[in-house]
Ligand binder design. Structure first.
Ligand SMILES: Nc1ncnc2c1ncn2[C@@H]1O[C@H](COP(=O)(O)OP(=O)(O)OP(=O)(O)O)[C@@H](O)[C@H]1O
Ligand SMILES: [Mg+2]
Length: 246
C-alpha cells in the first residue's frame, strides 16, 4: 500500500537502494528493499523492534554486505566499498548507543573526526557545533564519559557533522533520553533540515518524526510495507496499528 513509490520530485536522488537483500550469517533480514533519500530530503525509517532498521543503516555504511541489489550514493556504487571509503564519500552515522570516545573531552571528540568539506561549502567547526548545542559548549573540556546520555547524543550528532557529511544517518535519535533533551534533538534536526541537510533518521516517536520528515518509510520483517507523506501515515490508523503498534 504505497502512497507514492517515488520520492518527492523536488529532490534529486542522493542515496538509492535498489532491491537490496542483506543479513547476518544466521539469516537474511532485509528483502528486496528499495529506499531513496533525495538531496536535501529528510526520510524517516520506521518499524517495530527487530524489523531491520539498524541492519538497513549498517548495510548502507558497508558494515554488512548486500547479498543482492545495488546501493548508490551521489552516483557512486557502494556495494563493494569498505566502510571507511563509504564514510569518506560523505555518509555520517550516529549509531545506536552513541559510541563517543569516552576518554577524550567534548572538544577533542569533535576535533578527532573533523574532515575537510567537499567542494566550496563552508565546513562545520567546533564553534558551529557549540552554537547548535550550547550545552556542549558548557561541557567543552569535560571527558565524554562524564556527560549525561542526552549530552552524549548531542556530541554524537556533533561528531557526525564534523565529518561534513552529505548524508546523515541517525539510529534511534532520541531513544532513552529525557523529554527536554528529546525536544532539543528534534529542534536541531529541524534546523539541519532547514539548512538543506539530507537525513535518514530512525526513531520510534512518530509524531516528532512527522514534524521533521518529508517522507516516511515503514519496515516490516525487512520489507518496505508503506511509504508516503507523514500526514498520510498519521491519517492511516490501520497502518499505524498494524506496523507500528505495540
Ligand atoms: N549481529 C546480528 N547477528 C544476527 N542477527 C542479528 C544481528 N543483529 C540483528 N539481528 C537480527 O536482525 C533482525 C533485525 O534487527 P535490527 O537490529 O536491524 O532491527 P531494528 O529494526 O533496528 O530493531 P530495534 O528497533 O530493536 O533497534 C532481528 O531479527 C535481529 O534479531
Ligand atoms: Mg535498531
Amino acid at each position: 500500500m504505497f502512497e507514492s513509490r517515488r520520492p518527492d520530485q523536488s529532490f534529486e536522488p542522493l542515496l538509492e537502494l535498489r532491491a537490496v537483500s542483506a543479513g547476518y550469517p544466521t539469516g537474511r533480514v532485509l528483502y528486496d528493499l528499495d529506499l531513496t533519500v533525495g538531496d536535501g530530503e529528510v526520510v524517516a525509517l520506521l518499524g517495530r523492534n527487530g524489523m531491520g532498521k539498524t541492519t538497513t543503516l549498517l548495510t548502507i555504511m558497508g558494515r554488512i554486505r548486500p547479498e543482492t541489489g545495488s546501493i548508490s550514493f551521489a552516483g557512486r556504487r557502494l556495494n563493494e566499498l569498505p566502510p571507511f571509503r563509504i564514510a569518506r564519500l560523505g555518509i555520517g552515522l550516529v549509531p545506536e548507543g552513541r559510541q563517543v570516545f569516552a576518554n577524550l573531552t567534548v572538544r577533542e571528540n569533535l576535533l578527532a573526526v573533523a574532515r575537510v568539506p567537499r567542494g566550496d561549502r563552508p565546513g562545520w567547526t567546533v564553534e558551529a557545533v557549540f552554537d547548535l548545542f550550547p550545552r556542549l559548549a558548557e561541557r567543552a573540556d569535560q571527558l565524554a564519559h562524564r556527560l549525561s546520555g542526552g549530552e552524549q547524543q548531542m556530541l554524537a550528532i556533533g561528531r557526525a557533522l564534523m565529518t561534513n557529511p552529505r548524508l546523515l544517518l541517525l539510529d534511534e535519535a532520541t531513544e532513552g533520553l529525557a523529554p527536554l533533551v528529546r525536544r532539543e534533538i528534534w529542534n536541531v534536526l529541524g534546523q539541519l533540515k532547514k539548512d538543506g541537510h539530507s537525513i535518514l533518521v530512525v526513531d520510534k516517536n512518530v509524531a516528532a518524526l512527522a514534524q521533521v520528515a518529508d517522507r516516511f518509510c515503514v519496515l516490516e520483517k525487512g520489507r518496505l510495507v508503506w511509504e508516503g507523506r507523514p500526514e498520510a501515515l498519521l491519517a492511516a490508523r490501520d497502518v499505524v496499528d498494524r506496523y507500528l503498534g505495540v
